[in-house]
Design a protein around this ligand. Structure first.
Ligand code: IPE
Ligand code: IPE
Ligand code: MG
Length: 237
């Protein structure tokens, strides 16, 4: 697959809705938690390979503002797993060139986890490799709401409220909008991911369940992406 790709024309910003951990576990008669663990490992592997391959920005949806509605046990397991993997990325940081930040409303997370997330961002901020944004307690509506509140808090005059001033207050400030949004497990919806930023993103859905997703699947998605004509509402005459 990789040899069918124009490496000079990679999407700058790729976003992934990592879905299907539960169904993956079910397929093997395992608990949902085992699916989440396999999913976290799949991400770690993919990030390492994408960074080596020269990708620029990856944003992944790890926990939505709606995922708190799941069973208490599952939420607790996910939070523990996130903590464990943040710690793992901290340990990996010395030998890695990836810049890692978390986006979303992090204030709702355990103070301990918030501190580890801030530490990870701090020790990787000077890295020159791929930027990884992990969306935790992220919701597109919440992102926009927090940006609007920030506009108000900054006393921005109505005449100065525009796409640029709002975009600059989103979690993705200073980043290009995602060129390509991939969702695994066959679902065809955004589930509140990057609503504002997805305005002209190309959407690609695959039936692969997230724990099975490998870099070859990413290259498959990019092959499709590179065949699309992005018009942004304009028309070629
Ligand atoms: C995605 O897998 C991970 C999170 C949403 C945290 P799911 O847990 O949604 O897996 P399915 O959709 O039930 O298979
Ligand atoms: C979206 O998946 C959230 C993440 C992948 C983190 P969900 O499994 O929560 O979405 P729905 O409920 O199928 O829309
Ligand atoms: Mg799901």
């Amino acid at each position: 697959m990789k040899n069918q790709i124009d490496m000079q024309n990679l999407p700058r910003h790729i976003a992934i809705i990592m879905d299907g951990n539960g169904r993956w576990a079910k397929k093997f008669f395992m608990k949902r938690s085992a699916g989440h663990r396999a999913g976290a490992q799949a991400l770690r592997r993919l990030v390492e390979e994408m960074d080596k391959a020269g990708f620029e920005i990856l944003t992944v949806y790890a926990f939505s503002t709606e995922n708190w509605k799941r069973d208490e046990d599952e939420v607790a397991y996910l939070m523990g797993l996130i903590h464990e993997y943040i710690q793992q990325y901290i340990s990996d940081a010395e030998d890695s060139n990836t810049r890692i930040r978390c986006i979303g409303d992090l204030s709702a997370l355990e103070p301990n986890l918030q501190e580890r997330i801030a530490h990870l961002a701090d020790i990787t901020k000077e890295k020159t490799g791929m930027l990884l944004n992990i969306a935790l307690n992220y919701g597109g509506r919440d992102d926009i709401l927090r940006a609007v509140r920030q506009l108000a808090a900054d006393s921005i005059p109505i005449a100065d409220i525009n796409e640029a001033t709002l975009s600059a207050r989103l979690d993705t400030a200073n980043l290009p909008d995602p060129d390509l949004i991939i969702r695994t497990s066959g679902e065809m919806r955004l589930s509140n991911f990057l609503l504002w930023q997805a305005a002209y993103s190309e959407f690609y859905a695959t039936d692969i369940l997230w724990p099975d997703f490998k870099i070859k699947h990413l290259y498959e998605a990019i092959t499709h992406f590179q065949k699309r004509e992005r018009r942004f509402g304009g028309r070629k005459s």
